[in-house]
Ligand binder design. Structure first.
Ligand SMILES: Cc1cc2nc3c(=O)[nH]c(=O)nc-3n(C[C@H](O)[C@H](O)[C@H](O)COP(=O)(O)O)c2cc1C
Length: 197
């Protein structure tokens, strides 16, 4: 089973990346394979809003090929061939980072083509210093639930502060359990042939 970690912080060794890596390590311990991508290393353009054209021209090919080709084509393939995705973001102004928002907007063409990501497992990581971690996570959960992702119990972990995340036992416990439960849910789903859409 393959799980993709997406880091929406420009800081590749920041708190978001550190907490994400605890989740990914836990996935590996539970028997999953992982790949982690730092969005800052893979520039993608903003969504061009083709969904709102008349008629709509929003589809995965139009979104990622020809003049509009960029790193998103690779991300679409990675996610389509994955069992689960961990969305990790710093808290920027009570929400997700612009890097992560641009990324999820570019998944719209997969959703619009028939909820092509439905049935994959999702987990969420946020790191902040004061307020807003649950607003960022809730927004990501709303988006990805409509895309058809499924959530394990306790599908998120967040760290609030400027210290060492290892000094926050709850953040670490939630991260480790999240990784384990993503693998458990994906393995349950693997045994079922379910038509979700
Ligand atoms: C533009 C910007 C906006 C921020 N807004 C918030 C915020 O609304 N709430 C919060 O708790 N922290 C906020 N922070 C602090 C970061 O979330 C915090 O430093 C976080 O650990 C950064 O993650 P990173 O180490 O992965 O880069 C903000 C930081 C920046 C740069």
């Amino acid at each position: 089973m393959k799980f993709i970690g997406i880091n929406g912080s420009a800081r590749k060794n920041g708190k978001t990346a550190q907490l994400l890596s605890i989740v990914m390590d836990s996935i590996v311990s539970a028997g999953g394979e992982v790949e982690v991508y730092h969005l800052i290393d893979h520039p993608i353009r903003f969504c061009m809003g083709c969904y709102s054209e008349d008629p709509p021209s929003c589809n995965p090919r139009h979104c990622t090929e020809g003049d509009l080709a960029d790193a998103m084509r690779g991300f679409h393939q990675k996610l389509l061939f994955s069992d689960g995705v961990v969305f990790a973001t710093p808290v920027y102004w009570f929400g997700m980072s612009a890097l992560m928002k641009a990324f999820v907007e570019r998944l719209t063409s997969l959703e619009n083509a028939g909820k092509l990501l439905a049935g994959r497992v999702a987990g969420f990581v946020a790191a902040g210093e004061e307020e807003g971690a649950m607003m960022a996570i809730s927004h990501l959960m709303a988006i990805t639930s409509d895309m058809g992702f499924l959530f394990p119990p306790m599908p998120f972990t967040y760290y609030i502060g400027r210290g060492d995340i290892r000094d926050d036992p709850e953040a670490v416990e939630y991260a480790e359990r999240l990784g384990r439960n993503m693998v458990r849910l994906a393995s349950i789903l693997q045994k079922e042939e379910v038509e979700w859409v």
